[in-house]
Design a protein around this ligand. Structure first.
Ligand SMILES: Cc1cc2nc3c(=O)[nH]c(=O)nc-3n(C[C@H](O)[C@H](O)[C@H](O)COP(=O)(O)OP(=O)(O)OC[C@H]3O[C@@H](n4cnc5c(N)ncnc54)[C@H](O)[C@@H]3O)c2cc1C
Length: 264
């Protein structure tokens, strides 16, 4: 097992309680950085030889490289935040580009669709290729945006394990807004109600994969996910996803990393 220590150049006496993190995936790396910035001496234990967890890459003979895990980057500002917290310019360490088109959809009946970054262009593409009115697509995406804005601060930025989260006025406002947004029932029911075309229902059902859910069972609140790609933007790291763990590897020079190999 690889053991990595991260500590800020702080005198030993000013360090707070030491912290141990199991796993150097993006969650472990982000937590290590945040704890180290607070003055804890952090040790990350990783079973694999390299960082990144599911964000790894494999190569085939020739010039072929494949991302084995994530392939689409949403909410990149959360990664930028890590660098800024450490007083660094993220652009010096890690870059990404907005995708347009975001993705290409291929259907069994031969239909091909480009998911353009611009919502209106995407809606026009759906109307042209599927005959679904662009206004229906835009109305659906605007509802996704409203649901996202009503729930983001509570469900993305606060701990769901703290009672205080549930007692805040924001949560009450978010819960009160949900029925008006048509977010009762399952994700699939929500999409089937919004669109008559089964291909479009299937397209929006696929957003359940964001957290490994089944759209036939997952709650309709997850229909806010398309807003991440179509409203906020879909990105891809320069140098592929492996660039992210690599950037943390060569973490800013004011950090000390040390490596030790331990038996599992
Ligand atoms: C095929 C695929 C496609 C995906 N596509 C996307 C996408 O397009 N966009 C997106 O945002 N997300 C995507 N994801 C999800 C994303 O990759 C994960 O949510 C994220 O990488 C998980 O990070 P993590 O740190 O929580 O866990 P992991 O990356 O799983 O890291 C956990 C680490 O802990 C280590 N570990 C576990 N147990 C121990 C132990 N006992 N001792 C020591 N080390 C241990 C593991 O070796 C691993 O390195 C995809 C995932 C997969 C698999």
């Amino acid at each position: 097992m690889k053991q990595t220590s991260i500590k800020k150049r702080t005198s030993a006496s000013s360090l707070k309680q030491p912290a141990a993190i199991i796993g150097a995936g993006i969650a472990g790396i982000a937590t290590a950085v945040r704890l180290a910035l607070k003055g804890h001496a952090v040790t990350v234990f990783e079973a694999q030889e390299s960082f990144g967890g599911k964000m790894y890459q494999f190569e085939l003979p020739g010039a072929y490289r494949f991302d084995a895990g994530p392939s689409l980057f949403t909410l990149p500002q959360l990664v930028d935040d890590l660098f800024r917290l450490a007083g660094r310019d993220p652009q010096d360490h890690f870059r990404y580009e907005r995708l347009d088109p975001i993705t290409h959809y291929f259907f069994a009946d031969g239909t091909r669709l480009k998911a353009w970054a611009d919502e209106e262009r995407f809606a026009a593409e759906v109307e042209e290729k599927m005959g679904v009115p662009a206004a229906d697509v835009l109305s659906f995406l605007r509802r996704s945006a409203s649901a996202y804005e009503a729930t983001e601060s509570t469900f993305l930025h606060k701990s769901l394990h703290k009672a205080a989260t549930y007692l805040s006025p924001e949560v009450l406002r978010a819960v009160a807004a949900l029925p008006g947004l048509g977010l009762t029932g399952t994700m699939h029911q929500r999409h089937a109600k919004a669109f008559n075309d089964p291909r479009l229902v299937q397209l929006f059902d696929r957003f359940a994969t964001y957290n490994g859910s089944d759209p036939y069972q997952a709650p309709a609140t997850l229909s806010l996910i398309p807003h991440l790609e179509h409203g906020i933007g879909a990105f891809y790291p320069v140098g592929a996803f492996i660039a992210l763990p690599k950037a943390s590897w060569g973490w800013p020079k004011s950090w000390e990393w040390s490596f030790a190999t331990m038996s599992p």
